[in-house]
Design a protein around this ligand. Structure first.
Ligand code: APR
Ligand code: PHB
Length: 389
């Protein structure tokens, strides 16, 4: 089989890239190692920047997002008994859209099925080959038969543990990483959200986040130890811990119920440079990871593939240099989102190893922030998302 772009991975990056290329008339095939049900079963972030909303609109999958998503004009920051609203709309003129990654993925999968582009799910032993020469290909085994997709370019959209980045010779890639000494314990439950906007809290017991997926489905997180296990947390224990970290008025209002999902995720910052190796391009989690505090993971995946699709379009329109700029353009945005996610994470979590000085630096940062419109504007600008370039 032959195509123009072979896309490895059917997460949000791969599916959105496929839709953008389809719209531009560029043939593409997606190769995904899991089943569609497995991909949809992963519960992840839920805040979309305007850039991501615009890209979903451009490919024509925005209808359900606009009908069911919740536009948010701000969020609350809570620390030391103070509560301060960051007025995203007032500070930047922009807002964010609360709409779960699962729903984004479902809309993109439905669109792909409608337009009839090829996707191979449950592909085993996926191998990306020949990208340092003129004849790249992606091969895989499906139902016991080995297949090969010959292509012009490979888009590695296969997440942090994917095969694409791992196939690049070690000497050609630089990797930058910071691992945080804690995780997030998250619970999804069909209960109304405790507040109509998100609450990010810095507390003596550690970080907390009250988020949501809809008016009837809540997503809550508490900072936990890296050696903790989900089995240690009954629903009741989780709700008690959350209540202890919420501001008193919210703790009183909190509606609890059985969890639908409960998991612990480690926090990491990671960047691989460059994002292009000959005819292989990396996008999304395959190239970088942010800690979830800034809600940038899905948004960076979307902006990467927005840039990549543009570069491929230029290439096929005859501008041979189109693809030369992808890595530098994408990385400029990635590093800024990395900085924001690291900064927000560092300010909000408990780092006992940083001692009382570190703790006071966090409180001074928060206190400066809530007292300075300039500082809040800088935060809001980053939270709603920097321009695509
Ligand atoms: N071959 C084919 N597919 C693979 C392989 C492989 N060897 N390895 C992984 N995959 C698939 C995974 O099963 C997954 O469906 O690649 C897909 C990668 O999807 P994501 O991990 O969701 O990554 P991405 O599309 O870049 O989206 C980034 O996901 O982790 C969140 O916070 C992050 O919201 C952000 C988003
Ligand atoms: C979520 O709803 O899962 C969520 C929201 C905001 C974040 C991280 C996660 O910063």
């Amino acid at each position: 089989m032959r195509t123009q772009i072979a896309i490895v991975g059917a997460g949000p990056a791969g599916l959105l890239l496929g839709a953008l290329l389809h719209r531009a008339g560029i043939d593409n095939v997606i190769i995904e190692q899991r089943s569609p049900e497995y991909v949809l079963g992963r519960i992840r972030a839920g805040v979309l920047e305007q850039v991501a909303v615009d890209l979903l609109d451009q490919v024509g999958v925005g209808r359900r997002m606009h009908a069911e998503g919740l536009p948010h004009d701000g969020f609350d920051l809570v620390f030391e008994g103070q509560r301060h609203r960051i007025d995203l709309q007032g500070l930047t003129g922009k807002r964010v859209m609360v709409y779960g990654q699962t729903e984004v993925t479902r809309d993109l999968m439905d669109h792909r099925a409608d337009v009839g582009r090829t996707t191979f799910y449950e592909a085993q032993d996926v191998a990306v080959e020949g990208f340092d020469g003129d004849a790249p290909s992606v091969s895989f085994t499906k139902d016991g038969v080995r297949h090969s997709v010959e292509c012009d370019f490979i888009a590695g959209c296969d997440g942090f543990h994917g095969v694409s980045r791992a196939s690049v010779p070690a000497g050609a890639i630089r990797q930058h990483e910071k691992v945080y000494p804690f995780g997030w314990l998250g619970v999804l439950a069909d209960v109304p959200p405790v507040h109509h906007e998100l609450i990010y809290g810095h507390t003596e017991r550690g970080f907390m986040l009250a988020s949501m997926r809809s008016h009837t489905r809540s997503r809550y997180y508490v900072q936990c130890s890296l050696d903790d296990h989900v089995e240690n947390w009954s629903d009741e224990a989780f709700w008690n811990e959350l209540r202890a970290r919420l501001p008193a008025e919210d703790a009183e209002r909190l509606v609890t119920g059985p969890s639908i999902e409960k998991s612990i995720a480690p926090l990491r910052s990671f960047v691989a440079e460059p994002m292009r190796f000959g005819r292989l391009f990396l996008a999304g989690d395959a190239a970088h990871i942010v800690p979830p505090t800034g809600a940038k993971g899905l948004n960076l995946a979307a902006s990467d593939v927005g840039l990549l699709a543009r570069c491929f379009e230029e290439h096929y329109r005859g501008n041979a240099g189109g693809i030369e700029h992808y890595s530098a353009l994408a990385l400029a945005r990635v590093w800024k989102a990395e900085r924001f996610s690291w900064w927000f994470t560092s300010m909000m979590h408990r780092f006992p190893e940083n001692g009382s000085f570190g703790h006071h630096m966090q409180l001074a940062e928060l206190s400066y922030l809530v007292g300075s419109k300039a500082a809040q504007t800088a935060m809001a600008e980053n939270y709603v998302g920097l321009p695509l370039n």
